[in-house]
Ligand binder design. Structure first.
Ligand code: PBG
Ligand code: ZN
Length: 327
């Protein structure tokens, strides 16, 4: 008996395959991360992330123009301050590096959406995402004092021109605290993209080189999620939704496709997937050795995130992907 049903019939011609393709990646889905450093005319490549640079504000502006011209709708800004202190002053100061970069980008490229990462790890000497009791050497971040600093950070970022606030420190109640603070400061229309399900992951290694935010002692397991947990991710998003999050993020992406899927099923908010630094570096390393076809691997992976339910993808490959989409 020969088969009656022949799915291969619809694979016989490229145009036919195009017609029945269920998931199509678009530039609209992409968000490009940028790292701002003090100084001028600085473009310092991150060793573990070929093609990714720490950029001074003037260079960030050039980069923002290029990103916009490529048709990518948004960037997310991280900052490396000149000085770090226990109160993470560089995070919330009106002259902070992210604030300066946000203002400069919005002035030069008003239609590019600027997302500000809202966290303290780049701004504290210990590298943790929140406030520590003076003398603490264990890294047990104090939740509620951290919220106060995050509120100030979010408001100053919004004042500087950031279009979207993206709190990433996994503090309990951070969405609500930031929502109230933004509203009180007159930023009722500034959306919050919450890093809702962020796992304690080894895939962040290269980012910590880029952002100079490696914890100096302890680790982030008392605030980031345990990689074994999926139902807990649903708990996290339930809280974030109740607290007023406008969009939800899953991070990392590759090892957490099931989480992207579950969150998409469980909520009606846009879902973002963060294709993190380690995921980028692995692909780059293999590609630089000519072991894989970078374009095909990246496009397959990004399409996979979308198929899993991601509406938005934060990726260091965004500029490449935009070019490849242009063919
Ligand atoms: C911390 C933060 C991390 C990333 C962005 N912000 C993770 C961490 O250091 O724990 C990782 C991004 C990446 O790896 O690309 N707030
Ligand atoms: Zn952090």
């Amino acid at each position: 008996m020969f088969p009656t049903h022949r799915p291969r019939r619809l694979r016989t011609h490229p145009q036919l395959r195009r017609m029945v393709r269920e998931t199509v990646l678009s530039k609209n889905d992409l968000i490009y991360p940028l790292f701002a450093v003090p100084g001028e005319a600085i473009a310092k490549e991150v060793k573990s992330m070929p093609g990714v640079y720490q950029l001074s504000v003037d260079k960030i502006v050039e980069e923002a123009k290029e990103v916009y011209d490529l048709g990518i709708p948004a960037i997310i800004l991280f900052g490396i301050p000149a000085d770090k202190d226990a109160d993470a002053t560089g995070a919330w100061h009106d002259c902070g590096i992210v604030q300066k970069a946000a203002t400069a980008v919005k002035e030069a490229v008003p239609d590019l959406i600027v997302i500000a990462d809202t966290c303290l790890c780049e701004y504290t000497p210990h590298g943790h995402c929140g406030y520590l009791e003076v003398g603490d050497l264990t890294g047990r971040v104090l939740n509620d004092p951290t919220l106060e600093l995050l509120k100030k950070t979010a408001v100053s970022q919004a004042k500087a021109g950031a279009d979207i606030i993206a709190p990433s420190g996994m503090m309990d109640g951070f969405v609500q605290s930031i929502r109230v603070a933004l509203d009180e400061a007159g930023f009722q229309d500034t959306p919050i993209l919450s890093y809702a399900a962020k796992y304690a992951s080894a895939y962040y290694g290269p980012f910590r080189d880029a952002a100079e935010s490696t914890p100096q002692f302890g680790d982030r397991r008392t605030y980031q999620m345990d990689p074994g947990n999926a139902r807990e991710a649903l708990k996290e998003i339930e809280l974030d939704v109740a607290e007023g999050a406008d969009m939800l993020m899953v991070k990392p992406a590759l090892a957490y496709m099931d989480i992207i899927w579950r969150i998409k099923e469980a909520s009606n908010l846009p879902v973002a997937a963060y294709n993190v630094s380690g995921e980028y570096s692995m692909v780059k390393a293999a590609a630089l050795n000519d072991w894989i076809d970078e374009e095909r691997v990246v496009m397959e992976t990004l399409t996979g995130f979308k198929r899993a339910g991601a509406d938005l993808i934060l990726t260091y490959h965004a500029k490449d992907a935009a070019r490849w989409l242009d063919g």
